[in-house]
Design a protein around this ligand. Structure first.
Ligand SMILES: NC(=O)c1ccc[n+]([C@@H]2O[C@H](COP(=O)([O-])OP(=O)(O)OC[C@H]3O[C@@H](n4cnc5c(N)ncnc54)[C@H](OP(=O)(O)O)[C@@H]3O)[C@@H](O)[C@H]2O)c1
Length: 296
């Protein structure tokens, strides 16, 4: 079913991420099984630095999911006092290990460590977050490589729910490195599920509602709770909530719930972009294993 932009006052159709993630993960499970049948066990290594409860919880969930999908998941837990050099050594070891195909460093890492410098050490082909500068460069040039997970998940979500993107006006609120900037590059690419007219707005555009109000697809990627309100949304538009802030375990989305009264379709407050982000992590991991054995 396709979603068109038309003025509406009815409650917006929901665009959940869970079925999208399930579809991607079932494909990943099949690809993992095929690799295993060929004698290759795909391995997604995880690195946790410090004792932050939330980070430890996220790593446990990803490890459990990795095991369910058939991945091996070697894990290194460094103490909070670990040095930058300790972290680099772990990454260099995983780089050198041909049996490890993907590496995930759980962030945030303790404040005395520099995540970007660590990412630079990682082999770009093992970067399952798709955030390594080489992979950002590949994205900018349209070359194959791991894609940043949240932007790739948003493209998949729109495609799954039949939201046409090609030729349409997409406005992204936020130009951050994780979401807004790579999403703009991705959705402007010449492919049927992208191919959009993309505008990016940010704090340098004081009158950003002027742009968001004309968007056929509006993506919130600011990390400012409630910043997108109904008066910023074109009636009938598709609204994707990417930006969130956590206060403890409480999730505060960029998109105010009342936007559902104006939008034609909208991601749910919980279970929208999050599940597709995680699915893309595993898709990057299995593709890394396929490439490593000459299948990609
Ligand atoms: N759901 C998920 O799975 C998931 C995954 C990853 C990230 N995220 C979320 O995505 C959001 C963006 O992350 P990021 O790392 O890409 O971005 P970021 O580095 O946090 O940057 C935020 C962007 O929003 C803009 N912005 C902030 N306040 C604004 C305002 N009042 N008016 C206009 N623009 C404003 C900033 O503009 P300037 O550039 O001018 O400062 C910046 O470009 C975060 O909330 C993050 O938690 C969600």
């Amino acid at each position: 079913m396709s979603v068109s932009v038309s003025p509406t006052t009815a409650a917006a159709r929901l665009l959940p991420g869970k079925p999208v993630a399930e579809k991607i993960l079932s494909e990943v499970a099949e690809q993992v099984a095929a690799l295993r049948a060929a004698g290759v066990t795909p391995a997604l290594a995880t690195v946790l630095v410090g004792d932050d409860d939330a980070s430890a919880g996220y790593i446990r969930i990803k490890q459990r999911q990795a095991a369910e999908l058939g991945f091996a998941s070697p894990h290194v837990h460094l103490p909070a006092s670990a040095s930058q050099r300790d972290l680099h050594r772990v990454l260099a070891d995983f780089n050198a290990d041909a049996g490890v195909h993907g590496v995930l460093v759980q962030h945030p890492i303790p404040g005395h460590l520099d995540y970007d410098r660590a990412l630079d050490v990682l082999d770009p082909d093992k970067d399952v977050d798709g955030m390594h500068p080489v992979n950002m460069g590949r994205l900018a040039l349209g070359l194959p490589g791991p894609l940043p997970c949240t932007p790739a998940g948003i493209e998949a979500l729109l495609a799954y729910h039949g939201v046409p993107v090609s030729g349409r006006e997409v406005v992204i609120l936020g130009r951050g490195a994780t979401l807004g900037r790579p999403l703009a590059m991705l959705l402007a690419q010449k492919r049927p599920t992208a191919n959009a007219a993309v505008t990016v707005v940010h704090t340098g555009v004081a009158d950003w509602p002027r742009y968001t109000r004309r968007a056929e697809i509006l993506v919130a990627a600011a990390g400012v709770p409630g910043i997108v309100r109904p008066e910023h949304v074109r009636p009938g538009a598709v609204v994707v909530g990417g930006g969130v802030r956590y206060e403890g375990r409480r999730l505060l989305p960029d998109v105010d719930e009342s936007c559902a009264e104006v939008a034609g379709a909208i991601t749910p407050r919980v279970g929208g972009v999050g599940p597709t982000t995680v699915a893309m992590l595993f898709r990057n991991a299995v593709r890394a294993a396929q490439r490593a054995v000459g299948q990609g």
